[in-house]
Ligand binder design. Structure first.
Ligand code: ADP
Ligand code: G6P
Length: 438
């Protein structure tokens, strides 16, 4: 970005702000939000003049409280868009996460419901009203993710009426599915029309971009161009860090690990999988059911494979501070990511950034967006194939040092060349690994 461009005003719009608000003992407190979108944009914000519009994560009813929240968020350039809790629930849980998210990630059995769809439209309108009021002529507006697909079109209309000319960009942080799948959504054309009002649309991979182009072509008739490393002295650590979400393939991961332990009983005491499942969208029934299922499988695996020396699976269903995550990344000999669909997957980048010394191995589902770029440096596999997963884990733990280094250097160069601010990851020398001695 040139010096002049960096002085242009930028408005970022996403459903989730980088800070979430909670009320503790009557006082509003803010904490850093989690998720790939917030992580990926945080590097941009330091050198750029920007305002970030989004929902503050809870209902704030009276105007005095709204003023307090707005004032405290403004210190971080964040602008809250206040929503009544029922409306926010229907937009976020009802349409965005129960209907749109599963379709974007090829999950079947989605039932369309008009109520949540109307809430989705209404929230997109409220976002458009706030942003169009504040944007000035020439402001760049950068809209993010599936919660706001109607926003570019709604914004254009409002900006036009106010005589403001603003470039609108849209970035999708999820996959965009093949046309046949997208057809399951009765309101698909409205969403495509909403997006096409953007001046520029960004996708994580060529495949998602091509699916979108094909959809536009069929839906609108549009023309488109366009030896053995296993250390028997201590446990080898495999790490997994995922939001607790169906798309992360967590049931598949636990089942695959179970098969690995069945295939290699001699490794039960030599390997541990540390799986962090960060709580997410806990108001949605399907997410609650997934949590119950995972706890049950985790219990069964340890029941079957534990020995007096310990358990091969450490399943943590809670949020872990980022410094602890990086400590975990740095001590892990391999990182196992099993997404059945995933826009990009930043955990794979973070693992590589923390492995300068160990040259750990990335075992990466071919369905993560990151696999489009990291295939050569990782061990790719199909997440539904538990035998292939078991073999891939074994392969990762047995790579000879030269091949491990070669794969690692490929990944390191890719991450360094494609990360806005590599220095946000603490150096492995400064991270608290002392309590993680495996
Ligand atoms: P998704 O966006 O689907 O959640 P990604 O792998 O792309 O998946 O991004 C997840 C991001 O959330 C990573 O940057 C990860 O470090 C971060 N994260 C995970 N747990 C926490 C936490 N407890 N606090 C803050 N960030 C977290
Ligand atoms: C994915 C989505 C983001 C979202 C994040 C966390 O990365 O693409 O838009 O913010 O998950 O999910 P949440 O529902 O907590 O915002």
């Amino acid at each position: 970005m040139s010096a002049n461009e960096s002085k242009r005003k930028l408005i970022i719009v996403s459903n989730r702000l980088p800070l979430s608000i909670k009320r503790v003992d009557g006082v509003f407190e803010s904490s850093i939000s989690s998720g790939g979108l917030v992580t990926s944009l945080s590097g941009l914000c330091k050198p750029t003049q920007f305002q970030w519009f989004g929902w503050p994560g809870m209902e704030v009813k009276n105007s005095k409280d709204r003023e307090d929240v707005s004032r405290s968020l403004s210190e971080y350039h964040a602008v809250p868009i206040f929503l009544d809790s029922d409306l926010a629930h229907e937009h976020y849980n009802g349409f965005s996460n129960r209907i749109l998210w599963p379709i974007l990630h090829y999950q079947s059995g989605v039932i369309f419901d008009d109520g949540p769809w109307q809430a989705y439209r209404r929230v997109n309108e409220l976002f458009a009203d706030s942003v169009a009021d504040v944007a000035q002529d020439g402001t760049l507006i950068w809209v993010h993710d599936y919660h706001l697909m109607l926003l570019p079109e709604l914004l254009r209309t409002r900006l036009h009426a106010k005589g403001k000319h603003c470039a609108i960009g849209f970035s999708l942080h999820t996959p965009f599915p093949a046309g046949d799948f997208w057809r399951n959504l009765p309101v698909r054309k409205h969403l495509i029309d909403g997006l096409l009002a953007s001046h520029l649309i960004g996708f994580h991979t060529d495949e998602y971009k091509q699916n979108f182009i094909d959809t536009c072509a069929s839906l609108l008739g549009a023309r488109t161009e366009i030896p053995n490393q296993i250390q028997y002295k201590s446990r080898l650590v495999i790490v997994g860090v995922d939001r607790l979400d169906h798309i992360k393939g967590l049931t598949q991961k636990l089942r695959g690990f179970d098969v690995f332990l069945d295939d290699h009983p001699e490794l039960r005491n030599k390997v541990v999988l540390i799986q962090v499942a960060v709580p997410s969208r806990e108001d949605v029934k399907e997410y609650q059911e997934l949590e119950t299922e995972l706890s049950t499988i985790a219990g069964k695996i340890n029941g079957k494979h534990a020995t007096p020396e310990g358990t091969p699976l450490l399943y943590m269903h809670r949020s872990v501070p980022f410094t602890e995550l990086t400590a975990l990344y740095s001590v892990a000999d391999a990182c196992l990511l099993t997404s059945t669909r995933d826009g990009m997957n930043l955990v794979s980048f973070e693992y590589v950034a923390c492995q300068e010394k160990r040259h750990g191995v990335l075992v990466l589902s071919e369905f993560a967006g990151a696999a489009s770029f990291m295939r050569e440096g990782s061990i790719p596999f199909h997440p539904a194939n538990t035998t292939e997963m078991s073999e891939s884990i074994f392969h990762a733990l047995n790579l000879d040092p030269a091949e491990r280094k070669c794969k690692y250097l490929y990944l390191r160069d890719f991450v360094n060349n494609n990360t806005r601010q590599a220095s946000t990851i603490p150096s492995p020398d400064n991270i608290p690994v002392a309590n993680l001695c495996y």
